[in-house]
Design a protein around this ligand. Structure first.
Ligand code: CMC
Length: 429
């Protein structure tokens, strides 16, 4: 394959290198183009711009392929655990038994959150959105671990910052939930594995024994694995951009959490359930809502449909759709909105509008139905996405620092007024 491309601008010709990845994806390296020609490239929303090389996640949107460090998502979701996948993403290889034991042990012994942080929750109204609270809490961790502020920590200190964040996130999320319903918080039980501990802190109460059902633990592991990384999406790019200024890990992840919050990104899982509820309350008239999604004068979009990179199917959605059926059946539950969701998918996949634009259900379309079956309220869905995405964000942040990437600083094409003199206020029309 060619390793250079030629760009002709007027009478001039410039050579730009072609970068080829291990899956033969190719990109033009235009980093020197401005110095050579005076021109930048313009790509609003980064629709066709690679911001980095990365060895973490491979995604082929045309063929519906997703792999973490080379391992197919279907195999990881079916056979691995969230803790093992976290290790894989962050350190690059599946752990040996000894490595996994050490990693799990380190995660177990750092689950406690500083007692003073409990007071922060007292300041929030009970209706405060969990994502806002989570972002504040994660950023606040930096206050308790000053070594994390060092932009060039020792490998041991960096490891501890990563462990603390992974270990404390379930505790923080469970406390956010407990505060929202006015129940006493639960402290971690470090005899339990990561997911079981999280479920106990969320759904248990201090006066009673609690053991999460294996069906629920399994479903939760699967959901977290499916969300664990997704290459350079909006929140991950945000983490890398913020981290490129050498901001600490807690601050960088906080930025990722806030980026995830929006309904076009992680917030879609909450928006999907609200949409399905609205359709149900409206009498379940699917055609009417599909027509609204197609109407350019109506801001309504079919939430949980469409993806920037998947143009065939989202492999995560396939796994989650099946898991939704399995979980509901295993728990002996029925949910009318699962039927509505399936009907919408069926109608949309036959509709020219969605076919032409290659709009398919994405990861968020069915995930909320499982979260609901597991007992989580709708407002918690996006924090669960954040819990799943955490190891991916950490892996990408770590890779970015190890690659010694320069500070992220895009350019722009200015379209405002040309130079003009200041007009004193009494002379303005
Ligand atoms: N409902 C109706 N029309 C849609 C939808 C939708 N959900 N998604 C895209 N379109 C149309 C859009 O109006 C446009 O039509 P036209 O070409 O006629 O103007 C065309 O499809 C292309 O859409 P786009 O907005 O240019 O595509 P994008 O790559 O910028 O946006 C997206 C991707 C995911 C933001 C968008 O599909 C969307 O808003 N989906 C709903 C929100 C959602 O489910 N988000 C979760 C994404 S997956 C989880 C994650 O990783 O964040």
């Amino acid at each position: 394959m060619a390793d250079k491309a030629k760009i002709n601008i007027g009478a001039n010709e410039y050579e730009v290198p072609i970068v080829t990845g291990t899956e033969n994806e190719q990109g033009l390296d235009i980093s020197k183009l401005r110095a050579q020609s005076g021109l930048i490239t313009l790509d609003v929303g980064f629709k066709n711009t690679g911001s980095t090389t990365s060895a973490i996640t491979f995604l082929n949107g045309e063929e519906g392929i997703l792999r973490y460090r080379g391992y197919p998502i279907e195999q990881l979701a079916g056979q691995s655990s969230f803790v093992e996948v976290s290790y894989l993403l962050i350190f690059g290889e599946l752990p040996t038994q000894k490595q996994l034991d050490q990693f799990s042990h380190d995660l177990r012994v750092h689950t406690l959150v500083h007692e003073d942080m409990k007071k922060f929750f007292d300041g929030y109204p009970s209706v405060a959105h969990p994502m806002g609270q989570l972002a504040s809490m994660v950023c606040s961790l930096s206050a308790y671990y000053p070594k994390s502020l060092n932009p060039d920590p020792t490998p041991e200190d960096r490891y501890m910052t990563i462990i603390r964040l992974l270990a404390k996130m379930p505790t923080l999320i469970s406390w956010i939930y407990k505060k929202s319903i006015g129940h006493p918080i639960m402290y971690p039980n470090n005899n339990l594995d990561y997911v079981s501990n999280f479920l106990r802190m969320t759904f248990g109460n201090p006066a009673e024994e609690f053991a999460a059902s294996p069906i629920v633990v399994d479903a939760m592991n699967k959901l977290l694995i499916l969300h664990a990384d997704h290459e350079q999406n909006c929140s991950t790019s945000t983490v890398r951009v913020v981290g490129s200024s050498h901001a600490n890990l807690y601050a960088s992840i906080t930025a990722g959490i806030t980026a995830l919050w929006g309904p076009l990104h992680g917030g879609a899982n909450q928006a999907v359930i609200e949409m399905l509820e609205a359709i149900k309350a409206d009498g379940g008239n699917i055609d009417k809502w599909i027509a609204r999604a197609k109407d350019k004068n109506d801001p309504f979009r079919l939430m949980g449909f469409g993806h920037r990179v998947y143009k065939n199917f989202d492999p995560r959605a396939r796994i989650i759709k099946k898991a939704a059926d399995d979980v509901l059946e295993s728990l002996g539950l029925e949910d009318e909105i699962l039927d509505i969701a399936k009907q919408i998918e069926e109608v949309a996949l036959r509709d020219e509008y969605f076919v032409e634009r290659k709009l398919y259900p994405n990861v968020d379309f069915y995930s909320g139905i499982i979260y609901r079956a597991l007992g989580f309220p709708t407002e918690m869905f996006t924090v669960l996405f954040a819990l799943g995405r955490l190891p991916g964000w950490i892996a990408q942040w770590k890779e970015m620092r190890e690659q010694k990437q320069p500070i992220s600083r895009p350019r722009q094409i200015y379209t405002g007024p040309n130079e003009r003199p200041y007009v004193p206020i009494d002379k303005r029309g």
